[in-house]
Design a protein around this ligand. Structure first.
Ligand SMILES: [Zn+2]
Ligand SMILES: [Zn+2]
Length: 156
């Protein structure tokens, strides 16, 4: 597979965003911090420049089904502070106002954007090369959370 990592294939202006922080508080990250991430196969890459708008966990059914995971951790990043590299993501219209992007080769979810939140795009924190650089500080749609018992602790 050939990856043209030097070519920006989705202009900033083409991607508008997803859902926004209810709290509205900016996440305290260094202005200079650039978070890098990529899909499972590495064909789709992205960079997020700080400061990020918010980092939070979502438990909604839509995120759950899109990711096949009970919880999704998002980074809301303002337009103008993110960019994609590599191959063009495919998109799926997940509601009347929202679109989800994913890698056409490996299927990894890449972003969420919504006409309701036109000034930012939401990125999956679990795709970061170094997820420890951020920490979720808000929760969304807790009412849709799956009430599974906690993960068992294995004693050695
Ligand atoms: Zn991929
Ligand atoms: Zn959600």
């Amino acid at each position: 597979m050939t990856i043209d990592s030097g070519k920006e294939h989705v202009p900033y202006s083409k991607l508008i965003c997803i859902f926004r922080s209810k709290g509205g508080a900016k996440v305290k990250t260094a202005q200079s911090q650039v978070l890098k991430g990529h899909c499972l196969c590495g064909a789709c890459k992205f960079e997020l420049a700080g400061p990020h708008n918010w980092v939070g966990n979502c438990y909604c059914e839509s995120c759950r089904r899109a990711t096949a995971s009970p919880m999704t951790t998002w980074i809301g990043n303002p337009n103008g502070n993110w960019r994609f590299w590599g191959i063009q993501p495919k998109t799926y219209r997940s509601s009347d106002h929202a679109e989800r992007g994913f890698c056409p080769d490996c299927g990894s979810q890449l972003y969420y954007k919504s006409e309701r939140y036109p000034n930012e795009v939401h990125f999956y924190a679990a795709l970061l090369e170094d997820p420890a650089k951020i920490s979720p500080s808000s929760e969304y749609h807790s009412e849709e959370r799956i009430n599974w018992p906690g993960i068992a602790v294995h004693e050695s």
